[in-house]
Design a protein around this ligand. Sequence first.
Ligand SMILES: [Zn+2]
Length: 350
Amino acid sequence: MDTTLRVWTWMHPPVDDTEQKLEKRLRRLKTGGVDGIFLLVYDGRKAFFESGVLPVDSDQLTRVLRIADRLGLEVHAWMFTLNCNVDWVQEHHPEWFVVNRKGHSTLVERPYVEYYNWLCPSREEVIGYVLSVVHEIARIPGLAGVHLDYIRFPDVILPKGLHAHYNLVQDRELPEYDYCYCEVCRKAFREETDRDPLREKDPSQDEAWRRFREKRITRVVELAAAEIQAAGKQTTAAVFATPSLARQLVRQDWPRWPLDAVFPMIYHKFYDEPPEWIETAGREGVEALRGRIPLFAGVFVPELPGNLAGEALNLALRGGAQGVSLFSAEALTDEQLAAVAKAKETALST
Ligand SMILES: [Zn+2]
């Protein structure tokens, strides 16, 4: 991937746009300094093989790709990876879902929110399913890449800025949020270490058990990336804010992943941090990557009023990032886009 400064945005599918409205929407982003779009094409709610059609309206997708190409915007397909609310999967394969330390599948006891149903990365059938989705997406002509999201375990601990919202005290790993203790995971870990994580007094203290789960996620990324590369496309991923937080909260060891670029979601308010954290958290990721691939700081625009959106780009660049990704395209105000465009222009001219 080109390592010059870039601005990206995550965009939900524009459902009812006419050609004209769509062109206006994309042109507004382009004028605001955006270079690339992550367009949501699979949200883990509808299966390809069930319907035989893409989850996003294929006419609309073709239209987005055509207009984006004309405007010089790069489009990557944004997909949910292990978060899964596909009816067919839930009905036919309830055993595919992760199980917490209390023995409950997310299908029975969902942590935090209604859509928190997650597939177990240790199961070969799950990997087969995920790869079939990746395969379908990667071969869509005109896309530059596939962007993996929800490629993790459910949060064993939520980012601290969200605890009050959910009325939680999570000062340690609690059994109801700790995954996955399904038979397949326990057996595979037992074969490696001769230990059953369920029999341990405090599994959160077992470094090997944590590493085991990180490797399960990494393996899914490796297989997905190979599939995407075989289609001649780039692989990117949305990950938790810093390497240490990502490992601790959701078992992502993302500095080791075979990606073309990484997009940590440095949503400062979610972690009770000031905007300056975009720089320091970004730097932690950049240092862990040792220049292997570019990092773009994901920023949450509703928490960056007015000029702060432009300042977020400056902070990201100071931390060593190659730019930002703005969440989300729909949330961006004209004022924010103008601030981003100005900050980008200034950075490019110095
Ligand atoms: Zn499992």
